[in-house]
Design a protein around this ligand. Structure first.
Ligand code: SF4
Length: 391
């Protein structure tokens, strides 16, 4: 199968692949080399804030002689997608279908749908490949990560301000795929300021060194002993929290869009664990009262954890706790409510249980991660709490 990463143009996706596999730290930006290709067909009228590799997609379609392509884009790129697809069709004469369903990650790719529709290939924008993900070799999937454009002045000011507060000398760097092209540049800035900077290798679910996703923080854990703190480039609190869980050291956060700096420390993690503990306790009460446990198995190619779901079912059976495995593609509180389940454990994306637990609570449902179920069953203590990274 031809992968997006096999395409000849971006130097680092080939030459640096060796470094990636060997877990070496790259000295150049991986995605900056991709972004340097975004020049021939300008999409800034459609996507002013993003760098979309139109030239790469056109080249890919032409080189492979694709006639029918399914195009999948994440929610943030949906609005301009019909115009982008129209331009792609004009440039390649291939016929395109745009996938209108929600898309949350590379794990959620539409390869099955593409095959059912008789497409030649799937182009998936906005996320990088999950190398360990199961796939059908007869349906090529081409991943095109999309970088966010940043204002250099704001970014530089943010780094300058950050350097006034960072006391640690050995710093790890991490970010999400949207900002991965900034890592090497920021690394150089920190080095010039006298810091020793490390960027960890990707795990089996990430593609780039220094990349984190909500279900894997391997790049941090792999260099935890070598750094005194981490710098996370991005927004939100989930990824900094994942980094904190992985290294148990201070995580500085720099929002590259605003230059705003914050710190994730132990007390924020403690607050999070208290919230999750209350969910775990609720689940324990319900199970003690004889409630059945629903084990959610997700159909999405990169979220399907059949073995894990099976082992949780066995664990519950061995304790005489009634349970059933429930398979779903898109998971929602209403679907669970219809089944009458009040305690469910999700083996799908870990963020469903963490981010959406209030929506489930409103429907009288407690949703746990596999780790949390083990805590509810007394197999682990709450002090051993971990985010769900069992892939
Ligand atoms: S499983 Fe969830 S966190 Fe992991 S890549 Fe998919 S959407 Fe992201």
């Amino acid at each position: 199968m031809k992968e997006r990463q096999d395409r000849p143009a971006p130097v680092l996706q080939e030459d640096k692949e060796i470094d990636r596999k060997e877990g070496k730290e790259t000295e150049e930006s991986i995605v900056s080399s991709i972004i340097s290709h975004y020049s021939i067909m300008d999409l800034s009228d459609i996507y002013p804030s993003f760098d979309v590799d139109m030239d790469g997609m056109i080249e890919l379609i032409r080189n492979n002689g694709y006639r029918k392509v399914l195009v999948q884009v994440p929610e943030g790129l949906k609005r301009g997608a019909p115009h982008m697809v129209e331009k792609l069709e004009e440039a390649t004469n291939a016929s395109m279908i745009l996938d209108g369903d929600p898309c949350f990650g590379a794990c959620d790719n539409s390869s099955v749908k593409a095959k059912a529709l008789g497409m030649d290939a799937l182009i998936h924008l906005g996320h990088s490949d999950i190398p360990s993900m199961e796939r059908d070799p007869s349906m090529p999937i081409h991943f095109f990560p999309v970088g966010m454009k940043v204002n250099r002045k704001i970014l530089n000011e943010g780094i300058r301000e950050l350097l006034t507060s960072v006391r640690e000398d050995r710093i790890g760097l991490a970010t999400t795929v949207q900002h991965i092209h900034l890592l090497d540049e920021i690394k150089v800035m920190l080095k010039v300021a006298g810091k020793m900077v490390r960027i960890g290798p990707p795990g089996k679910r990430e593609f780039f060194p220094g990349q984190v996703i909500g279900c894997s923080f391997h790049c941090a854990r792999s260099i935890a002993s070598e750094v005194e703190a981490f710098l996370y480039i991005g927004t939100g609190r989930f990824h900094p929290m994942g980094l904190f869980f992985a290294i148990r050291k201070k995580v500085y956060c720099l929002d590259p869009m605003t230059g705003r700096i914050s710190i994730f420390e132990a007390r924020e993690m403690d607050r999070f664990i208290r919230v999750r503990h209350s969910q775990i306790t609720r689940a324990q009460d319900l199970i003690d009262k004889g409630e059945r446990v629903g084990i959610i198995l997700c159909e999405k190619p990169g979220q399907k954890r059949s073995d894990l779901a099976g082992s949780l079912s066995e664990e519950l059976n061995s304790r005489g706790i009634k349970n059933e495995m429930i398979v779903m593609d898109h998971i929602s509180p209403m679907k669970i409510k219809t089944l009458g389940s009040s305690v469910v454990v999700s083996t799908a994306c870990p963020r469903i249980a963490i981010d959406d637990h209030r929506s489930y609570s409103e429907e009288g449902i407690v949703i746990l991660t596999p780790v949390e179920l083990r805590i509810a069953l007394g197999k682990m203590g709450i002090e051993d709490y971990l985010l769900d990274e069992e892939w």
